[in-house]
Write a protein that binds this ligand. Sequence first.
Ligand code: ZN
Length: 183
Amino acid sequence: MVTVREIAWAAAIYEGEGSFSGTQAVIIQKDPWILHRLVRTFKFGTINKHGDNCQKWCVSGQDARQFLLTIFTELSPRRKAQILEHKKFFIDDMFKRQTVCRNGHPKTEENTRKDWNNRRQDWDYVCIECDKANIKRYTAPMNKAAVAYASVMGISKEEALEFLLKSKSDSKKENPDEGETIQ
Ligand SMILES: [Zn+2]
């Protein structure tokens, strides 16, 4: 539960250092302490490097909506107007998610696969285009290994490749952090 005091604090930070692009709210700071406090308080958003000596807290989709609506009443008329330029973000269902993945592929239903994430106990939305590119990336060097493995084991290259890919995907299951996910 976020307290009224924390909301006022976050609103003041956003008032001074925040911006909203229409899909993403960002707060840039030199001192990351404030950004970590934002994450602790709201339990969402990610912190990334920004330029040489700053860091930024980014929040998008449903989390951005929640954040902006929570602090809205505390903001100046100027900040409110900037947010209201993007009214559509708050009413159009399409804006609940970003429209492209981090590699620029469309985030459509056809290009999205749902994967159960055991660690997070929630669904991952996987970009199918990115997935294909990932498979190609690790299949290419594996072709060589498959030829060698096939000759040692006396099996066909296809069988060897299948075996190697399977052990690769098994190891991926144990390390679910790999691969592009859509929030
Ligand atoms: Zn993608």
